[in-house]
Design a protein around this ligand. Structure first.
Ligand SMILES: Cc1cc2nc3c(=O)[nH]c(=O)nc-3n(C[C@H](O)[C@H](O)[C@H](O)COP(=O)(O)O)c2cc1C
Length: 204
């Protein structure tokens, strides 16, 4: 039997931060370890256009397989279609609410629902600020069902110089959650002693 490539589902919803989903897809393409299945919500396409000036085709070109968010009969709508899991990056509060309450009203939220019922990895890069009680409660509900809620919060200890540095730190942490090796994407923390030693050496 020939071994097939592992699969990962990437969802992009209409929260700010379309760049996270886009750079995640680009990283997965470079790494080449997984077949990517992309689902973009209607609002996700709007924010990608507004924030990045990207057309749907530009984003779709980064994925191996593209599914229409209205295609509720797509492969990723079924648990029998084997995947390693799913990332929704960015995840809007509306999509979070749908996932947390098992609403499954489109392919994006249905695919996430499948991950939870099959006990597969589901990472929600939930983006909103400040948070109301519904957001917080939905994050708790999603966590209780096994999802990982991972807001895209910058790590200032990494001394980011560009927006890409900030985004790539988040992308690296997402890949970590799937055990995908990515040494070149984001610098790793090796302890304070190493940090000061390294910085002193750079400043000499
Ligand atoms: C430019 C722009 C930025 C937005 N940013 C956020 C955000 O950061 N978080 C959020 O929850 N919703 C945000 N929204 C609102 C969502 O797009 C809206 O709630 C939408 O219904 C989400 O639908 P979806 O979850 O199906 O993608 C934003 C909308 C626009 C147009």
């Amino acid at each position: 039997m020939t071994e097939r490539k592992k699969r990962i589902v990437v969802g992009i919803s209409g929260a700010s931060g379309a760049v996270i989903g886009v750079r995640l897809l680009a990283a997965l393409r470079r790494l080449g370890t997984h077949e990517t299945h992309l689902v973009v919500s209607a609002s996700g396409a709007v924010t990608a256009a507004q924030e990045l000036g990207l057309a749907r085709g530009d984003i779709d070109a980064l994925a191996d397989v593209v599914h229409n968010v209205r295609d509720i009969g797509a492969a990723v709508a079924s648990g029998s279609f084997l995947t390693e899991g799913m990332v929704i990056a960015p995840c809007s509060m509306k999509t979070l609410a749908s996932v947390a309450n098992g609403f499954a009203d489109n392919l994006l939220t249905r695919a996430a629902d499948v991950m939870l019922k099959e006990r597969r990895r589901l990472v929600l890069v939930a983006r909103e600020t400040p948070l109301n009680l519904a957001h917080l409660r939905n994050m708790t509900l999603a966590t209780e069902m096994g999802a990982i809620v991972m807001p895209p919060v910058p790590a200032f200890y990494a001394h980011p110089q560009t927006i890409e540095d900030v985004v790539d730190h988040t992308v690296g942490r997402i890949l970590d959650l799937f055990g995908i090796d990515h040494e070149e994407i984001a610098r790793r923390w090796n302890g304070l002693a190493d940090e000061f030693g390294g910085r002193a050496a750079r400043e000499e």
